[in-house]
Design a protein around this ligand. Structure first.
Ligand code: PRX
Length: 649
């Protein structure tokens, strides 16, 4: 990785941006040395029903991890995103919705959105949803997804969004984990002109007894005029809101009241539901959105994420709307009707800030430099990247082709757990280096530790940890605080362990090098290798499975699977297909293996532990450097694996 090229901040931006370098340094110092004063001021960017008098009350002590921000204040997230803007910007567009079909778009003003949210809030109440209840959203990228989120937070219900690409099995597990009585979905979703039977997945999820016993209502948005199977628990969204009152005052919530749960993958066990709470999360989402994108009144901002991921929560809905911004929500895909779609949407809506993932950039890059056709991109000011490391080639392409050599790129490193961005350049303050997430945001204290937990100084590589709390941080794992502590606060004591490795250079810039645990990142989707393995071994033909990541040109990482078959099963193309389908149906299409190698044996130590290091190397096609294999029970297994390896690039 080269860090020789530096893109300085333009004088114009340094002069006009919210934050220039001087300001960054001064604010950063205060945020670390006097967090109470710093965040006490920043908290005022929200409207509080009852102002807080306490600001930070947090400990990472592994015996008692306890994180509270603004704890004696009360507020409502939906109120902060809607009501407080009505007087000054009721007629301003809050959400520009761009449908899958380019002729399908809609401008929703703050007044419209407020009314829709109030009606749906009352509809939820009418279905028995009360403060503290969990509502599961399994929805496409349609305005009703944002409406449902804001309706939940308005009445103090906790939303748990399950990405629409997850399978019925995955959905059932999340409904059960969150003990959710209500599911909101749509009859179909639209993707590249085809309708996808989304509700059918809910029906299948509810074939699981535990999920079925819980769910009392499935609220169905009619996205497509097409028939759908109907059950006793089903009710049309449109019928519910038709008669609902548009008057629904926002509930007064404590700052630490749960706001949403979001499931994410770890290196072990089932996906965990991270709990985010109201006050700190909202302050952090709003502030990072404003500063990272240098967001100003009247800007049109577009984040291409899905609301099923944390990026969609913080940077399509809550951050932009808390700031009274205009947020573009895109239902479609970058390749439909053709590969110029991103450019067309930027031109059509005159987008000023554009936030996407490296995998999307790499996919476009493969189509050539004229992929966006003659789209007018002159409205763009700032570009963002999120979800995985951006390789310098993709960074350069993004800068030249989309940014036309003039828009700064903010490469934002963060996680579902962190609630908002943690390490990123600020466009008016930080000179960019392609591939570097660069400098910490206010209040964020990164450190690099060696394997023994010793803090490393200067330019070096290490395990990335965060030394103290910041307001957007997840407070717990839903229903399992002990697991939260075990996962994030015990490997190294007294700090939050990110699971990522990083390098710090001579300028104190951080370069994220990727996960140091058994988590892989496929097209920006985070996945535990253990999850894919357990899906595979559930198939009758599979005796043993090991899953590793390998470098993939477009996806960043691809999924490489080693499978040992049960005796009596033969390897065949049929079986390959079946195993792929099996993983898709257990987890979802995003977990579909890219390469499957039938392996009569696995490289194991004498105590029976699979040596993943070796499997990773072979998957990377880098088997000259396998390291010491002498501790293997049967070293000859390795030769066979190399001979039959699937990645020969
Ligand atoms: O490995 C890091 C990678 O994505 C992980 C977090 O994934 P998730 O919780 O799904 O959240 C994604 C959206 C914030 C991190 O542990 N990651 C995320 N952003 C970057 C990144 N790696 C390098 N550079 C980034 N900008």
């Amino acid at each position: 990785m080269s860090d020789s090229k530096v893109y300085p901040v333009s004088e114009e931006l340094a002069a006009s941006a919210h934050i220039n370098n001087e300001k960054y340094l001064a604010m950063y110092e205060q945020s670390i040395n006097d967090p109470d004063t710093f965040w006490g001021e920043e908290g005022k960017r929200l409207d509080w029903f009852k102002p807080y008098t306490k600001v930070k009350n947090t400990t990472f002590d592994p015996h008692n991890v306890d994180i509270r921000w603004f704890e004696d204040g009360t507020l409502n997230a939906s109120y902060n995103c809607l009501d407080r803007h009505l007087e000054t910007r009721g007629d301003q567009v809050a959400i520009i919705w761009e449908g899958d079909d380019p002729s399908d778009s809609e401008n929703i003003t703050y007044r419209d959105l407020h009314e829709r949210v109030c009606k749906f809030s009352n509809a939820l109440k009418a279905r028995g949803v009360e403060k503290g209840d969990v509502v599961t959203l399994y929805m496409p990228m349609i305005p009703e997804a944002a409406v449902a989120m804001l309706a939940c937070t308005r009445i103090g219900a906790v939303h748990s969004i399950v990405f629409g690409g997850f399978s019925p099995e995955a959905l059932a597990a999340r409904i059960e984990g969150a003990k959710s009585k209500v599911v909101v979905t749509s009859n179909y979703s639209l993707r590249a002109g085809k309708s996808v039977p989304l509700k059918l997945n809910v029906d299948k999820a509810l074939e699981h007894d535990a999920a079925k016993a819980l769910v009392e209502s499935v609220i169905v948005v009619k996205r497509v005029e097409q028939d759908v199977a109907w059950n006793d628990v089903d009710v049309w969204y449109e019928d519910l809101v038709a008669d609902a009152s548009a008057d629904c005052p926002a509930e007064e919530m404590e700052a630490e009241a749960p706001m949403f749960i979001l499931y994410t993958s770890g290196s072990t066990g089932a996906p965990k539901g991270l709990k985010h709470t109201t006050g700190g999360y909202m302050v952090y989402a709003a502030m990072t959105h404003e500063y990272a994108f240098d967001y100003k009144d009247g800007d049109i901002y577009w984040c291409t994420a899905d609301v099923g991921w944390v990026t969609g929560h913080s940077y399509i809905v809550y951050g932009p709307l808390a700031n009274g911004g205009t947020s573009l929500m895109f239902e479609g895909v970058p390749s439909y009707p053709d590969n110029s779609r991103f450019g067309r949407v930027i031109e059509k809506h005159k987008v000023n800030q554009f936030y996407t993932a490296p995998t999307a950039i790499r996919a476009l890059m493969q189509q050539g430099e004229d992929v966006l056709g003659d789209s007018d991109l002159s409205s763009l000011r700032i570009l963002g990247s999120v979800g995985e490391p951006i390789n310098p080639e993709a960074w350069d392409w993004y800068y030249r082709i989309i940014g036309q050599n003039r828009c700064p790129i903010v490469d934002t490193w963060w996680q579902t757990e962190t609630g908002g961005m943690m390490i990123m350049p600020l466009p008016g303050a930080t000179a960019a280096k392609p591939g570097a997430a660069s400098r910490p945001f206010f209040g964020v204290q990164p450190a690099l530790l060696d394997a023994d937990g010793k803090e490393l100084e200067g330019a070096t590589d290490g395990n990335l940890v965060i030394k103290d709390s910041w307001p957007g941080q997840s407070r717990s794992i839903w229903g399992d605080h002990e697991r939260f502590i075990q996962t994030y606060f015990t490997t190294y004591k007294g700090v939050y362990t990110t699971g990522d490795g990083a390098r710090r250079d001579e300028d104190d810039y951080y370069w994220i090098t990727g996960r140091v645990d058994d988590v892989i990142n496929v097209s920006g989707h985070r996945m535990g290798t253990a999850e894919v393995e357990s899906a595979l071994v559930a198939h009758p033909a599979v005796a043993e499975a090991a899953v590793v990541g390998y470098p993939h040109e477009v996806k960043g990482q691809g999924i490489y699977v080693y499978v040992t078959l049960q005796s009596g099963f033969e390897q065949s193309d049929e079986l390959l297909k079946e195993l792929r389908m099996h993983v898709r149906s257990e987890i979802g299409p995003i977990a579909s293996p890219d390469l499957i190698q039938f392996s009569p044996g696995m490289p194991k130590t004498r105590s029976g532990k699979i040596m993943r290091r070796i499997l990773r190397k072979i998957a990377e096609n880098d088997f000259d450097a396998l390291g010491d294999t002498s501790t293997l029970a049967d070293p000859s297994v390795v030769d066979d694996l190399i001979e039959h390896r699937m990645n020969r690039k």
